[in-house]
Design a binder for this molecule. Sequence first.
Ligand code: MG
Length: 228
Amino acid sequence: MKYTWILFDADNTLFDFTHSQRNALRYTFEEFGLEYHDDLFPVFTQLNNKIWQAFDENKITHDEIKTERFKVLFDNLNIQNVNLDDFNTKFISNLIKYSKLIDGTEQFLLSLAGNIKMAIITNGMKEVQRPRFNKCRIKNIFDGVFISGEMGLSKPNKEYFRFVHKKTGNLDKSEYLVVGDNNIADVRGGKKYGFDTCWFNPHLLENDQQEFTDFEIQDINQLKKIIE
Ligand SMILES: [Mg+2]
């Protein structure tokens, strides 16, 4: 194998986070007696992405995200009198409940197990990521799970990658490949630290971080050729 370690981002790289979020939003709305329409989801995603982007830029904390994402959504929809903490708690439990790997991912990771070391590197809340990971059927094939919410460090910051590097044996940086769908947090962050990077780009978006991207794939199975 060309690398000793693959560091995988979790959401929308291994896990179908869009599926979990869509279901979590729908069922949490229903459990709170609020009317849900399918066109609410893109509104939420757009607002939520903006908030996570602010987090990537160190402008907002994990704790603030929890209620802020619903505050802006409800403001936008003119919905009042929802307890944001309660809504967030229910939403998180639904996110865990509806978590699933992207189709084909489980088989692919199982085919690598034992041949290469694998870890998860994720910017996420410990309340979501840890239980979701523990629920995952193939959790035992991972040799490390690095959750920003537990570490107090997050991608794309160098300190995050340095922490992961140390905890994975501090091998030569050329022994590591970062795989993720976020071309800033995963790709630029990983490359700036000194790791090779692979952008997971299933929706064929344009890459404005080309100089930090060593490889690009649309399907997880395409990794095979890169690492062999
Ligand atoms: Mg991701």
